[in-house]
Design a protein around this ligand. Structure first.
Ligand SMILES: [Fe+2]
Length: 431
C-alpha cells in the first residue's frame, strides 16, 4: 500500500521534497483534473496545484491509491473480462481450505476488481423468479409505477432519467428495495431516516424479491466470512458488522439504446456500501475498472470526495461478459474504508445494448444501519488518522446526493436532517 501521502498531509514541511517527485506531481495534477470534473455541490473543485495542496491540508484523512504492488500490468484498453469463478462451501469454518479460499478471493479483488460465484440451484431458481417479476413490473405504465414511491425511505420506483451520475442522466429504470420496516415500528415512529415500509407494487413482486434477498443474503454472509479469513481476521469480524445489516437491492432495467435519448445505462461510480452481489441476464453492458497501480481512488464517504464520473472515458475498463448462473461480486466503499484501501471499491459503469433491453439485480450486503465503521486496526494508519463513519448517516447522505429532488430527500431536510439526526442515533444505540 502507498502511504507517502500520509507524510504529505501530516507533515507539510516535507512538501517541497515530495512535490519534486515527478510521480507525485503527476498524481496531484490528476487529482486536480479529476475532482474538477465532479459536478456535485459538495465536490472540491480546484484550479491549480497550490489550490489542491490547500484543500489537501484541510482534509484530515489521507487519500487512497491502488497498491503499487498490484499483481497485474494492464494494457490500457477495454477488454473482455476473464474473471475467476468460485464455488463457495455451504458452511464456512476456520479451516485451511476456507482460509486459502478467502485469500484467493482477496487476491481476485485486488487483481481483477471483480469475481464470479457459481449459484446453487435454489439461488438460480429465485434469481430467475426475481428477474421475471422485474420484467413483468417494467411493463406496467409509468403512471402506475410512479405511485410506488415512499415518502420516508428511498425504496420504490425510480424512472429512467431520474437518477444522475456526475450530473448526467442515466437511462436505468430502478426499483430499490430497502429493509421493509412496518409503520408502527418505533424507529419509523421516531422518524429515523430511511426507515419505513417498502411501497411494493404487488404481493408476487414482493415475495419474489424477498425470497431472492434471503438466498443471496446467505451468499453475502459466507463471502464476508471468507474475506475476513483471507484478510487474516477473525472469521466473524466483518459478518458481525452485517448482522441485522441494512441489506438492500436495486432491481434494474435498462432500455435499448434505440428506445431512449439517454446515451448510457449508468455513469461510472463506486457503490457506497460493503459488498455488491449482482445477477444479470444474457444481454450484458456492465464494465468494471480493475485496480490500476498507483491510481487515485477517492473516499466517497468524505464530504468533497466523489468517484462519480471519475475515469469515465479513460481506460482500462473490463467488460463483464454475462455468464449463465453466476453472481458477480465486487467490493464497495466500506471495504475501502475498513481496509484503508487494501481492497479498493470497484468503479463500474453500464452501457446500453443497441436493440435489446437488459435486466439485472444488484444486491448490497451491508453493515447494520446503526453501526460505526472505522478502519480495522490491522490496516490502521501509523499516525492514527483512520477513517470512521456512522453507516446509517453515510447511507442517507449517499441517497440524498443521488436523489436531490426526491420526496424522501425533501422530507428529510424538512425534518431537520442532518442536525436532528445525532439525537436519534443516540436513541438507537440505547435500544
Ligand atoms: Fe453501482
Amino acid at each position: 500500500m502507498v502511504f507517502e501521502h500520509n507524510l504529505f498531509f501530516c507533515f507539510p514541511i516535507f512538501l517541497d521534497v515530495l512535490i519534486s517527485s515527478t510521480n507525485m506531481l503527476q498524481r496531484i495534477q490528476n487529482r486536480v483534473f479529476l475532482t474538477g470534473r465532479a459536478r456535485f455541490s459538495t465536490a472540491v473543485v480546484v484550479e491549480s496545484v497550490s489550490d489542491a495542496m490547500k484543500q489537501a491540508r484541510k482534509n484530515p484523512y489521507p487519500y487512497i491509491y491502488c497498491s503499487d504492488e498490484s499483481e497485474k500490468e494492464y494494457k490500457y484498453a477495454t477488454k473482455k473480462g476473464n474473471f475467476q469463478t468460485f464455488t463457495l462451501p455451504r458452511v464456512i469454518e476456520h479451516s485451511a481450505h476456507c482460509v486459502e479460499l478467502g485469500k484467493e478471493i482477496v487476491r481476485a479483488f485486488r487483481t481483477d476488481g471483480l469475481l464470479q460465484i457459481n449459484m446453487e440451484d435454489s439461488m438460480k431458481e429465485s434469481a430467475e423468479k426475481a428477474l421475471a417479476a422485474n420484467r413483468e413490473y417494467c411493463k406496467m405504465s409509468l403512471d402506475i409505477k410512479s405511485k410506488h414511491v415512499s415518502p420516508s425511505t428511498f425504496s420504490g420506483y425510480i424512472r429512467s432519467g431520474e437518477e444522475q451520475t456526475d450530473g448526467e442522466q442515466d437511462a436505468s429504470e430502478i426499483f430499490t428495495v430497502t429493509p421493509d420496516i412496518p409503520s408502527d415500528d418505533w424507529r419509523v415512529q421516531s422518524k429515523m431516516p430511511c426507515h419505513g415500509p417498502v411501497p411494493w407494487p404487488n404481493d408476487h413482486y414482493k415475495d419474489s424479491m424477498k425470497n431472492y434477498m434471503t438466498e443471496i443474503g446467505k451468499v453475502g454472509d459466507n463471502m464476508t466470512k471468507l474475506i475476513s479469513l483471507g484478510l487474516g481476521l477473525e472469521m466473524d469480524a466483518i459478518a458481525k458488522l452485517c448482522s441485522d445489516g441494512w441489506h438492500h437491492m436495486r432491481v434494474l432495467h435498462f432500455p435499448p439504446q434505440k428506445a431512449t435519448k439517454i446515451e448510457r445505462g449508468i455513469g461510472s461510480h463506486t457503490d457506497y456500501g460493503l459488498l455488491v452481489l449482482a445477477a444479470q441476464d444474457d444481454v450484458g453492458a456492465l464494465y468494471i475498472r480493475p485496480p490500476v497501480k498507483g491510481e487515485l481512488r477517492l473516499n466517497n464517504w468524505l464530504d468533497g470526495h466523489s468517484m462519480a464520473g471519475m475515469y469515465e472515458s479513460e481506460d482500462p475498463w473490463t467488460y463483464v461478459t454475462p455468464v449463465p448462473n453466476v453472481l458477480t461480486c465486487f467490493p464497495g466503499d466500506m471495504f475501502q474504508l475498513l481496509t484503508n484501501g487494501y481492497l479498493v471499491s470497484t468503479p463500474h459503469k453500464v452501457g446500453l445494448n443497441a436493440t435489446r433491453e437488459r435486466f439485472a439485480l444488484a444486491y448490497f450486503h451491508e453493515p447494520k444501519f446503526s453501526s460505526s465503521i472505522r478502519t480495522l486496526p490491522q490496516f490502521s494508519n501509523p499516525d492514527g488518522k483512520d477513517h470512521a463513519i456512522h453507516y446509517g448517516k453515510h447511507f442517507t447522505n449517499m441517497f440524498m446526493r443521488c436523489y436531490p429532488n426526491r420526496i424522501t430527500t425533501k422530507n428529510l431536510v424538512e425534518n431537520g436532517y442532518p442536525a436532528k439526526f445525532d439525537s436519534i442515533i443516540e436513541k438507537l444505540s440505547q435500544a
